[in-house]
Design a protein around this ligand. Structure first.
Ligand code: ZN
Length: 508
């Protein structure tokens, strides 16, 4: 056997363990009775530890050394070279943080999530504050060990969006504010569209059938996928041949399951269309997080969910084709709502305290306020005990509203209790990228717009498969963007998209 085959087999074993963790995780969130919580936690911990030990082993170091010698001189863009480089980078990075600190943080996370859950339930921030303080303290230590030049936040971004920095984010945010705030002002001045027909009785079967039909039209292959129900919607994969999504139904609010499903379907289409040659390799495994995933970065993944959900699914052209069919599924519920009224209702711009319920425009403001808070916490310029007050103040400054309680304010998101500090920016990065991919596809495919208006998604899907999906983790997000669109991350296209769409909805 060559060194490369040994290396590939070794990584494939780690990938198998990661897929097992994903499967245990999927089951816990969709099928498992509540009583299984504790034992399942232990099982997942055991498999995660095995994967961790395998990757951090001396065997990995030896294999990397010999495989690097074997592939020296090969084309720097080949899968082999890229896979070895990814594994080497993850290996070196993971060794910077002491094993003891990682273990302590993992233990703390499971305890903290329970405190967060209880604190949210009882609207009592103080119940969660001590665990949060420790998480932030340990996260500062992690940033210290990883190392950074300008800002501790840069070290955390390395995990979710390599290449992104606090300084770049600040610039992007100020550009976005210039576009978003005037739209928000005009929307507020012009008042809400008609919304009553969204809040009618929409039986679950109809919602499910319609969402799945659209998901398949977009390109989600149900022979290698399925849709289940969960409290929080998610997408998860066990190689490209089994990529599952979940959604949450609200009988009295049609958009929830519909757009939630299209969102997760965008994530799933990405995973299903990675080049089969990459299955089980370092180019479909996040070796730093030990997570089986084909997408290159959190932001790139999010760009696909947002592209299908928003740029396609919330467009006027999409509903010209699909509204008659939706009306066919829900004839009495939508009898008195015109296409125009429906389109305006699903694109309502309205500040609300909850991020996950936010519209396309105000969503980014929710991200900005969280990121500003995270940066201040990492610099030790903000104390955890002051968080509720700072949160409310920032929500007022950005959105003009004050959350009615901490449950719908500082306690609303699970991220911090799960140790995810530095991941929020990737939602906005995803929004920005989605417009870059879309306009590049338009530029390359003159027939794309006409096809979309006919409900033909094949040209757009094919372009994304050839320029984004197939590569898995082969290229960095920045390389992918430059190869496919000609430029690095840049907010210009996204701002132009928002200005055009919402300029028509809320004219000056
Ligand atoms: Zn998403």
């Amino acid at each position: 056997m060559t060194s490369y085959q040994d290396f590939d087999d070794h990584i494939a074993q780690i990938n198998d363990l990661c897929c097992v963790i994903n499967l245990l995780n999927w089951d816990a969130r969709t099928q498992m009775p509540a009583g299984g919580n504790e034992t399942r936690g232990r099982q997942m911990g055991t498999v995660a530890r095995l994967a961790q030990e395998l990757f951090a082993s001396d065997q990995t170091a030896r294999l990397l050394d010999s495989v690097e010698a074997e592939i020296a001189g090969e084309d720097s863009g080949s899968y082999r070279v890229r896979a070895v480089r990814q594994a080497r980078e993850a290996y070196e990075l993971s060794r910077r943080v002491p094993v003891k600190l990682v273990a302590e943080l993992n233990t703390l996370k499971s305890v903290a999530q329970q405190y967060w859950d209880e604190a949210k339930e009882s609207n009592d921030f103080d119940h969660f504050a001590p665990s949060l303080e420790r998480i932030m303290e340990m996260t500062r230590q992690v940033a210290h060990y990883i190392g950074y030049q300008d800002h501790p936040y840069d070290a955390l971004l390395l995990r979710y969006e390599p290449g992104m920095t606090a300084a770049r984010l600040k610039k992007i945010f100020s550009e976005l504010k210039e576009t978003i705030l005037p739209i928000l002002e005009r929307a507020a001045a012009q008042g809400d569209p008609r919304l009553d027909f969204l809040d009618r009785d929409y039986p679950e079967e109809g919602q499910r059938a319609f969402s799945l039909e659209v998901a398949s039209e977009f390109g989600y292959d149900l022979n290698r996928g399925r849709l289940d129900r969960s409290a929080h919607p998610f997408e998860i994969s066990f190689t490209r041949n089994d990529v599952r999504i979940t959604t949450r139904y609200n009988r009295r609010f049609l958009p929830q399951a519909l757009f939630g499903t299209l969102h997760e379907c965008g994530h799933a289409i990405y995973e299903q269309n990675v080049d089969p040659a990459l299955t089980g390799t370092a180019l479909t495994t996040d070796l730093l997080d030990l997570y089986a995933v084909g997408g290159v970065s959190y932001g790139t993944h999010e760009s696909q969910s947002r592209l299908w959900e928003n740029l396609v699914g919330r467009s006027y052209g999409f509903w010209q084709v699909h509204y008659p069919r939706l009306k066919h599924v829900f004839p009495s519920q939508l009898a008195d709502a015109s296409l125009e009224e429906f389109y305006r209702a699903i694109n309502r711009v309205h500040p609300s305290p909850i991020r996950t319920e936010a519209d396309e425009v105000t969503y980014n403001l929710h991200i900005m306020l969280r990121v500003e808070i995270e940066m201040a916490l990492m610099e030790d310029k903000l104390a955890v005990k002051d968080l509720p007050e700072v949160w409310n103040e920032k929500t007022r400054a950005y959105l003009g509203i004050i959350p009615p309680d901490n449950k719908r304010g500082v306690l609303q998101d699970i991220h911090w209790s799960a140790g995810l500090v530095g991941s929020f920016p990737t939602y906005t990065i995803g929004n920005i990228m989605s417009a870059q991919w879309y306009t590049a596809a338009q530029r390359d495919l003159p027939e794309m717009d006409a096809a979309l208006e006919q409900g033909n998604y094949a040209p757009l899907f094919g372009w994304l498969r050839d320029h984004v999906y197939r590569y898995g983790r082969t290229f960095s997000a920045s390389e992918l963007l430059q190869r496919a669109t000609g430029s690095d991350l840049n907010s210009e296209r996204y701002r132009a998209y928002l200005s055009k769409k919402y300029g028509e909805l809320f004219p000056e």
